[in-house]
Design a binder for this molecule. Structure first.
Ligand code: GNR
Ligand code: NI
Length: 188
């Protein structure tokens, strides 16, 4: 019933928390993350906290290394229309099984590189295999913004950022800006 769902949501919300997001450059954002070997309640709680962190940012995706956990886990929800039901997804040990020859160019941003954007070309459709939040193996086809996002997030699990697709001058310029931002944040 609606009441029961509402209550469950409240209980769930009260245990969820927003985690600090690492800002580039950080060695943890450069690591190839470890596969998840056993999906326990702690990891499920982490996934819920990642979703909460993503929604609060707000962002359409978040990978575990962005909150300092170098494990192969990501969350996303690319529903952007006002009033549409949320579609939170948890992907554990995701693997791209197939990529389309068709490509799509999208102006990407990243919560670990705030306020910086760049055009990135990627396959427009991908098939991804993964374990869901309950540990069940799944296969899903993604297109549009979902395809861009899932590839961006899987890149994070391999220590790769969207700026790695840009020219080195632009990449270094953005990196310098982020170093300055981090110094300012550290000073308070
Ligand atoms: O919120 C995000 N928006 C976004 C826009 C275009 C392409 C990729 C993304 S992912 C980003 C959140 C993020 O940094 N995930 O790692
Ligand atoms: Ni990102």
């Amino acid at each position: 019933t609606a009441y029961r769902r509402q209550r469950q949501m409240c209980i769930r919300d009260s245990f969820m928390s927003v985690l600090p997001i690492l800002i580039h450059p950080d060695p943890r954002l450069k690591k190839v993350c470890e596969p998840v070997s056993d999906l326990d309640d702690d990891l499920r709680a982490l996934a819920d906290n990642m979703l909460e962190t993503m929604y609060q940012a707000p962002g359409i995706g978040l990978a575990a290394p962005q909150i300092g956990v170098t494990k192969r886990m990501l969350v996303m929800d690319c529903i952007k229309e006002e009033g549409e039901a949320p579609q939170p997804m948890v992907l554990i040990n995701p693997e791209i099984l197939q990529s389309s020859d068709d490509t799509n160019e999208y102006e990407e941003g990243c919560l670990s590189i705030p306020d910086q954007f760049g055009m990135v070309t990627r396959p427009s459709e991908v098939r991804v295999g993964f374990l869901d939040r309950d540990g069940n193996p799944q296969e899903r086809d993604f297109d549009g913004l979902w395809a861009t996002c899932v590839q961006h997030e899987i890149d994070h699990l391999n220590g790769k950022l969207f700026i790695d697709y840009l020219g080195s001058v632009r990449r270094q310029m953005i990196t310098q800006k982020m170093k300055k931002l981090k110094r300012e944040l550290a000073r308070g």
